[in-house]
Design a protein around this ligand. Structure first.
Ligand code: ZN
Ligand code: ZN
Length: 140
């Protein structure tokens, strides 16, 4: 199956149509979400002389629920933001979004016994940490 305007993904080999729902400049593979470092300044200008493979490293949200992919060039390290397209691999997007939560740098649950606090008085209940609420008093 050939598209009028298409490219084949350097990463997974899938044939990708440039015309994608929800974006005017398709710049990443909907299947593996990898991109290529082709644009220098404006999406679609194709002026970069790097053409390194760009790895999808994160997703963020812009505006009202508009998902944006963060790509990092494996060749020069440049970061780029790319709008997701309507036919992007949703499962991969979700995995990217959840990735930091699978590897928290602080433990979610307190580990009794590891902090040296003795519970010998029989009270093992630890009061929940209270977040200080910064209440801004409006003066107007
Ligand atoms: Zn691909
Ligand atoms: Zn690059």
């Amino acid at each position: 199956m050939a598209f009028a305007r298409s490219f084949s993904c350097e990463h997974c080999g899938v044939e990708v149509s440039l015309d994608a729902p929800g974006t005017t400049h398709r710049n990443h593979c909907p299947s593996c979400l990898w991109s290529r470092h082709l644009d220098r300044n404006v999406p679609g200008d194709r002026k970069a002389d790097c053409s390194g493979g760009m790895e999808p490293i994160a997703v963020t949200v812009r505006g009202e629920g508009r998902w944006v992919l963060v790509h990092r060039c494996t060749n020069c390290g440049r970061l780029r933001l790319n709008k997701t397209a309507g036919d992007d691999n949703v499962l991969l997007l979700m995995r990217l979004a959840a990735l930091p939560l699978t590897m928290p740098f602080v433990p979610f649950a307190a580990d009794p016994g590891s902090n040296g606090i003795s519970t010998s008085n029989g009270d093992s209940r630890v009061p929940p940490a209270r977040k200080p609420r910064a209440r801004k008093a409006k003066t107007s």
